[in-house]
Design a protein around this ligand. Structure first.
Ligand code: SAH
Length: 264
């Protein structure tokens, strides 16, 4: 039997205002899979505003040359300011984010923080970027999705919308799946397998077929630690291994601590 569709919420738990000169980039993204469903169910709401609609003049010019010289164009402040103010006067204040490679690095902890904000505005730059006065006047945060340069903020905005949406209650089907995945505690997730049990001569680790939940849990913790150590040693420096993890890694079971006087 098909499950009944969840009731549509009147007030979304996550309300995103996208600000972009190329809103069509978001079309299929917002209609598909997890984000598409969350929007359909009313848990997430996304609106898109084009600053070009707020530009004046016959050509509705949104960019201009950079003061001081150099190649490329910079987004002018007036259309963006007018667009931000128009959206907020119609629908209320947002947590305003400018997307820029010169911003704070986006990570899972920041996604968690944004998931609690309720209303977000993601301001997408293009060309050489956005006039600095937009940042000075409006930005609550400047965020980069990684140490590389994209052609525009739209793809960065989709990364943030997707990462944040899946943390909003009700968006993921299985309530637990956001809990023990990569980065949730400064560790990469353990490897996973599905059917068939043998593929091109390669089998699945025996312990996972054992049905012994405690052994599976210990094995997964160890694999997650090993993988983090091999691929992301920086995470182990930032989140040092606990005593339990150290003994897991060394393969020596942790000694029982002597009972304290109180426990005796
Ligand atoms: N001249 C700028 C790069 C501009 S790229 C510089 O060197 O810093 C054009 C736009 O793409 C930016 O305004 C920003 O909105 C977006 N963008 C590019 N790389 C990004 C990244 N790593 N994270 C977030 N946004 C990015």
């Amino acid at each position: 039997m098909r499950k009944p569709a969840p009731a549509k919420l009147d007030t979304p738990l996550l309300d995103v205002e996208l600000m972009s000169l190329f809103p069509e980039i978001f079309d299929s993204f917002l209609r598909t899979s997890l984000v598409g469903k969350a929007i359909e169910n009313g848990i997430v709401r996304v609106a898109c505003t084009n600053p070009r609609d707020f530009a004046s003049g016959r050509h509705r010019q949104v960019d201009d040359a950079s003061y001081g010289g150099g190649p490329g164009m910079v987004l002018r402040p007036e259309p963006l300011a007018a667009a931000i103010e128009s959206v907020e006067s119609a629908r209320g204040r947002t947590h305003r984010i400018i997307l820029s490679p010169a911003g704070r690095l986006f990570d899972q902890a920041l996604a968690q923080d944004l998931a609690c904000r309720g209303r977000l505005m993601l301001i997408c730059g293009r060309y050489e970027g956005v006039d600095e006065r937009i940042s000075d006047l409006f930005a609550d945060e400047v965020i980069s999705i990684g140490d590389y340069v994209l052609a525009g903020g739209e793809v960065a905005a989709t990364v943030i919308v997707e990462a944040v949406s899946r943390l909003v209650p009700g968006v993921l089907g299985c309530g637990d799946s956001a809990i023990d995945e990569s980065f949730s505690e400064g560790r990469l997730e353990y490897p996973q397998w599905t059917r068939p049990p043998e593929f091109r001569g390669m089998t699945v680790p025996e312990v996972l077929l054992s049905g012994n939940h405690a052994q599976v849990a210990t094995w997964r913790r160890l694999e997650s630690l090993r993988r983090t150590q091999a691929r992301r040693p920086d995470l182990l420096l930032r989140y040092p291994p606990s005593e339990d993890e150290q003994s897991l890694l060394s393969g020596v079971p942790r000694k029982r601590r002597k009972k304290t006087a109180q426990q005796r």
